[in-house]
Design a protein. Structure first.
Length: 122
């Protein structure tokens, strides 16, 4: 998404002050499981994948593409912006931080579920 949507938007360095300080917000608030949140309707799971294996492959492929882009890009991630439904405008760098923080949040969520005494222990 960062590469195909945000980085294809026109550079707008004048928007940098609008998003200042959101790096820390993405890194601290997003993974914080003390505040529960519901995804907006358009982001809720829709059973697009027939199997867990297909879902896992799609996630891994998307993650690899993002990581490859970040490792190799010379693009100025601070000059391209995209809207977030809850956080407002974010620059591409902040979107990358958000992607990472969002994965961390879901990892913590999985750990909470697995720690439940009723979770199967196999």
């Amino acid at each position: 998404m960062v590469e195909s949507k945000i980085m294809t938007s026109p550079a707008a360095p004048e928007k940098r002050t609008e998003v200042a300080g959101k790096d820390e917000m993405a890194l601290k608030m997003v993974p914080d499981r003390s505040h529960k949140a519901q995804a907006p309707e358009f982001l809720k799971p829709t059973n697009r994948w027939a199997t867990q294996a297909e879902l896992t492959k799609a996630f891994e492929d998307s993650r690899k593409a993002t990581m490859d882009y970040i490792r190799t890009t010379n693009d100025d991630l601070r000059d391209h912006f995209g809207p977030h439904p809850l956080l407002g405008s974010l620059d591409a760098y902040e979107w990358v931080l958000l992607i990472s923080a969002h994965s961390e949040r879901h990892t913590k969520q999985i750990e909470e579920v697995k720690a439940d005494p009723n979770f199967p222990k196999e």
